[in-house]
Design a protein around this ligand. Structure first.
Ligand code: GDP
Length: 198
């Protein structure tokens, strides 16, 4: 699919306000600052399709983008998690929305989980993997900002994450990614194509 055709559809504050649950969609999740907006922008070759926001209110929205001018194929930008400055009550509310979406969304075909290559598999990341595992949802893990490490250390991190997730190798693939260098776009688009076109 040509992901540069992506355009903004709507922002939903909760599962109830999401677009009709038909067609196919792929969701992007990650700790805030993991590089999720940069990855979506690199994939779609648009500078400001996905925006970071520092205001906790906005970080809770689920943003939908349509691909190929067809609302039946969608990219979904989930709220970044682990944002330290958010009050506990807001975190809980966010967690509920996330789990509602990941558990309840029928059209969800796969999850792209972004982690900084230098700090992979946080507690939150593992929680996301748990949600995916509950419903046998395939996951593509992007180890982001790979340009921050030299080749050797980046590959070590990749191998380490792979071996930690070896029990899930049927469902989970791990790759290096750099939005800055535009590295890793091809395996990502291939996986998205598999999910959105079948
Ligand atoms: P989000 O909160 O997950 O959406 O993260 P952003 O995409 O806003 O990125 C967070 C910070 O990491 C920003 O300062 C980005 O410029 C930086 N960043 C994102 N991707 C990369 C990358 O591939 N390489 C480098 N060096 N920095 C990146």
């Amino acid at each position: 699919l040509n992901y540069s055709t992506a355009h903004f559809m709507l922002s939903a504050p909760s599962l109830a306000q999401c677009p009709n649950d038909n067609g196919a969609e792929v969701a992007f999740a990650g700790r805030s600052n993991a590089g999720k907006s940069s990855a979506i922008n690199a994939l779609t070759r648009q500078n400001a399709l996905a925006r970071t926001s520092r205001t906790p209110g906005r970080t809770q929205l689920i943003n939908f983008f349509s691909v190929m001018n067809a609302t039946s194929q969608r990219l979904v930008d989930l709220p970044g998690y682990g944002y330290a400055k958010v009050p506990e009550s807001v975190k809980r509310e966010w967690q509920e929305h996330l789990s509602d979406y990941l558990r309840g969304r029928q059209s969800l075909r796969g999850l792209v989980l972004l982690m900084d290559v230098r700090h992979p598999l946080t507690e939150f990341d593992q929680m996301m993997l748990g949600f995916a595992d509950e419903r046998d949802l395939p996951v593509q893990i992007l180890l982001t900002k790979a340009d921050k490490l030299k080749k050797g250390p980046a590959n070590n991190s990749l191998q380490k994450v792979r071996s930690q997730l070896s029990d899930w190798e049927d469902l989970v693939s791990v790759q290096l990614f750099s939005a800055l260098k535009k590295d890793g776009l091809e395996p990502l688009s291939k996986r998205l194509d598999q999910w959105l076109m079948h």
